[in-house]
Design a protein around this ligand. Structure first.
Ligand SMILES: [Zn+2]
Length: 212
């Protein structure tokens, strides 16, 4: 049984997720912890719950989702997995850090690639990777079919959708990713977004003003 713990980090109010199960093995998705206090909050949660972090995953590599990548990699000695099409997004973070004046920023390197349909294993648990480009060229979401949830980054928000006015974004791709991939999930799937509250697929099918 996967437990989901979320944190809201950085001036971007980004949702960072820790997923773990009864074996205490854990994965961290999109560590947006920028300040030292935020990193300490994350580390304290892991240590005080006796968790063993085994992987670091990014749904996509916009700066607010990767602030803590290098911290997590070196603190817990885990590999970073991203989709190869988001490597340019990860590389652009250095420049974004200068533009937003969000220094210091430690660059991070991926250790392995994610692919659609791949299964991510930790403890007794499995997540499936789905490819949902548009907000970023290599954006993925992680799906638990038995527990009916998705950790979906900045694709779909409660009654909103991801921005597509950044370099590398494509609005049509985003709409297709939502209509064909996200909305293929059952209505009662819970959606854990990169910003804001959780929602469900059914709620967004009915009430999302950007998709009707
Ligand atoms: Zn983003």
């Amino acid at each position: 049984m996967i437990e989901i713990k979320s944190f809201i980090f950085s001036p971007f109010a980004e949702n960072t997720y820790v997923l773990y199960d009864e074996t205490k093995e854990a994965i961290i998705i999109d560590p947006g912890c920028h300040l030292a206090e935020e990193r300490e909050t994350l580390r304290h949660f892991i240590e005080s719950n006796g968790l063993k972090v085994v992987k670091l995953l990014n749904t996509h590599c916009h700066i607010d989702h990767v602030f803590g990548n290098q911290f997590v990699k070196s603190t817990f000695e885990v590999p970073l997995l991203i989709h190869p099409k988001d490597l340019p997004t990860l590389k652009a973070c250095q420049l974004a850090a200068e533009l937003y004046q969000l220094k210091p920023f430690e660059p991070s390197e991926p250790d392995a690639w994610l692919a659609e349909g791949e299964l991510i294993r930790f403890g007794l648990s499995t997540l499936e990777v789905i490819f949902v480009p548009g907000h970023a060229p290599g954006h993925v979401a992680f799906v638990s079919r038995p527990q009916k949830f998705t950790i979906s980054g900045d694709v779909l928000f409660r009654e909103s959708i991801g921005r597509t006015d950044f370099p590398g974004c494509n609005h049509q791709d985003l709409i297709e990713s939502i209509q064909k991939k996200m909305f293929a999930l059952d209505d009662d799937f819970r959606v854990y977004s990169g910003h804001g509250p959780t929602t469900t697929i059914g709620h967004e099918k009915r009430f999302n003003p950007f998709l009707n």
